[in-house]
Design a protein around this ligand. Structure first.
Ligand code: 2NL
Length: 347
């Protein structure tokens, strides 16, 4: 191996040993830089005779070109390696499954309420809405509750630290009846002074509050009340209508209904409504599902209507209780615990 081949060999080895661009530039300087080996020898040519200078110069230049070619090849190799490293770091595995966002769902009580609303709408009932913080008159007086009735006590009803125009504490409505009183009043005003008035057919679903808390009572619960008033509305309408509702809600015709005498200040006579399934998991047991009764004449009067002309019934059922029965639960508390593992089962 001659002197020049030796240079090329050494330079190629030095370039191969460089793994970073800076190392490569240092290696380059040792051969091609101002004080590098090739440059030193080119400078030394000046001291030679013309003949010798030409011959040796050609050999040095040939070696220089080969070293430059080796340098360029190594630069390309390092750049390519760097690019591949970068691409590997950014690689996407397009076969991985996507990250799903949970979709959420309606609360089972909301679903039960919406079911109840659509069943009653299909039977010609309107759906009322109204405030959860009520006045003493709408929650109690309009409903014929005497001044000393226990429902008015702090033991039974939640009060708000604000007084109404008559100087009574506002309350968290203990039933949804106030919405029906407001609805009936508006209906009476709209048809005042006319000979006839269309029947009032309305349900009032929503949150209600009582000082009560155990396996079957929550301080916040949901009620649906219904009201049907007209000139010829009787208990047989209530029985047929309520049985149709139960059949639609529980999706079965295998169910019986019975009335049991009861007492409420706002109805007279009053009755509990029991149902019994004749098949399925709840078969053979009478289940209490609602209070009901013929609306008390004083309550009809408080609605702005004439009890001599208008008669009818009202009922009040617990939405939570209906949902507990429909979903086969033994306890209503899971509805209010907010545990998504329970709630997701209804999605
Ligand atoms: C119960 C009792 C009942 C009513 C609610 C009512 C509403 C108006 C007038 C007359 Cl505006 N009555 N509602 C009537 C009877 C019973 O509910 O213990 N429900 C769970």
């Amino acid at each position: 191996m001659n002197e020049f081949e030796q240079w090329v060999e050494e330079a190629t080895a030095a370039f191969a040993a460089a793994h970073a661009p800076a190392d490569l530039e240092n290696a380059k300087a040792r051969f091609l830089g101002k004080a590098g080996r090739v440059t030193e020898h080119l400078k030394a040519l000046g001291r030679l005779a013309p003949e010798e200078k030409k011959a040796r110069g050609a050999l040095i230049n040939a070696a220089k070109q080969r070293i430059e070619a080796a340098l360029a090849a190594r630069r390309d190799a390092l750049a390519q390696a760097e690019l591949e490293k970068q691409l590997a770091g950014e690689a996407l595995d397009v076969t991985l499954p996507g990250r799903r966002r949970g979709e959420g769902s309606l609360h089972p009580i909301t679903r039960a309420r919406m079911r109840i609303e659509s069943i009653f709408r299909s039977m010609g009932f309107d759906v009322a809405d109204g405030p959860e913080i009520e006045t003493d008159w709408y929650s109690f007086t309009a409903l014929n509750n005497p001044e000393n009735h226990p429902a008015r006590s702090m033991q039974d009803t939640f009060y708000v630290d604000v007084k109404d125009a008559e100087g009574h504490w506002l309350n968290l409505r203990p039933h949804t009846s106030p919405m029906q009183i407001r609805y009936a009043q508006a209906h009476a005003r709209r048809h005042a002074g006319r000979g006839t008035m269309p029947d009032i057919r309305v349900i009032a679903p929503g949150r209600t509050y009582r000082v009560d808390s155990d396996a079957t009572h929550s301080p916040m619960f949901h009620q649906v009340e219904g009201l049907w008033l007209g000139e010829q509305v009787s208990f047989k309408d209530l029985k047929a209508m309520y049985l149709d509702f139960i059949k639609a809600f529980f999706e079965t015709d295998d169910v019986k209904l019975r009335f049991r005498p009861s007492y409420f200040p706002f109805t007279e006579p009053s009755a509990e409504i029991d149902i019994m399934f004749e098949s399925g998991p709840l078969e053979g047991r009478w289940l209490e599902v609602s209070g009901s009764g013929q609306v008390h004449p004083q309550v009809v009067r408080n609605m702005g209507l004439d009890p001599e002309r208008v008669i009818g019934f009202a009922f009040g059922s617990g939405i939570d209780r209906l949902a507990v029965l429909r979903y086969g639960m033994s306890d209503l508390r899971p509805f209010f615990d907010g545990d998504v593992r329970f709630l997701a089962q209804f999605a």
